[in-house]
Design a protein around this ligand. Structure first.
Ligand SMILES: [Zn+2]
Length: 278
């Protein structure tokens, strides 16, 4: 499942490739699951718009759109000139920029024809990804790379849930998924099952720093997905961040050689070192 660093990498790649291009027409597939906004609304909002930029918000890819929609000329229901196309990749979603002659992959749910002659395609075999249109999009939680220390401490201070579950809950902090939660907790020396409310200010400060360092490292490496998705170029190949605990059950801890443990918390695997993490 693409996490924040992967989504950031994909959004940056798309921003480089399609910003300034114009969406001429939109084709949507017949499967209802990927469409979070009504199909007609998606088409009406996207067609004729210029892509002003592409960015990541939480784990969403946000295409900022401007310019008069073509539909306005046909006296269709007017749409505001500024809007956003929001793509959530779900488990297996990917956005590909390609030439129209390229074969349309199975499980393609949307094709945007661009003025430059290229196409922007949304492909998602498992259909957990979501497409929607809106104005003034805001992520549901606080952005982990922008939050300040004291705000971060406040977000987790009174919570009775395990800290790992609190990190995965997207309402306080948006965008930290399973891999980076495990890696951050390891670097902060905190066990995933610790109740958030039991963490001291110093521990929360270490966690805050660890989350920032882990996410920034992963973004610098271009994301570290272990699933089968492709970047905006349609090319495989993210560098793999060296996971210190994630996916390393029974392997020796890189610091103290104690075998890494795995527990299940809120239905997700959590990996930690019983010696380095308290
Ligand atoms: Zn250890």
């Amino acid at each position: 499942m693409p996490e924040l660093p992967e989504v950031e990498t994909i959004a940056r790649g798309l921003d480089k490739r399609v910003t300034g291009d114009r969406i001429e027409s939109v084709w949507l597939g017949s499967k209802p699951e990927p469409l979070k906004s009504p199909a007609a609304e998606i088409v009406r909002t996207l067609e004729g718009k210029r892509i002003a930029g592409v960015r990541r918000v939480g784990k969403h890819i946000v295409f900022d759109l401007d310019g008069e929609p073509a539909a306005a000329k046909k006296k269709a229901k007017p749409v505001p000139a500024k809007a956003q196309w929001i793509v959530h990749l779900g488990m297996t979603g990917r956005v590909v920029v390609c030439e129209p002659r390229e074969e349309v992959a199975k499980h393609t749910h949307a094709i945007l024809q661009l003025k430059s002659g290229r196409e922007l395609r949304f492909v998602d075999p498992r259909r957990f990804g979501r497409l929607s249109v809106t104005q003034g999009f805001e992520a549901p939680g606080t952005e982990p790379l922008q939050v300040e220390l004291e705000k971060f401490v406040q977000l987790f201070k009174g919570r009775k849930t395990p800290i790992k579950s609190a990190l995965l809950n997207q309402k306080p902090l948006s965008g930290v998924g399973n891999i980076y939660a495990d890696e951050s907790l390891f670097r902060a020396g905190i066990r995933p099952r610790r109740r958030a409310a039991s963490l001291t200010h110093e521990e929360l400060r270490r966690l805050y720093l660890a989350v920032q360092v882990v996410l920034k490292e992963a973004i610098a490496l271009g994301g570290s997905s272990i699933s089968d998705y492709v970047d905006a170029d349609g090319e495989e190949g993210f560098f793999q961040l060296q996971h210190r605990v994630y996916g390393r059950e029974r392997e020796p801890c890189l610091v103290c050689k104690t075998p890494i443990k795995r527990v299940v918390l809120s239905g997700r695997s959590s990996h930690y070192c019983g010696k380095c993490q308290k």
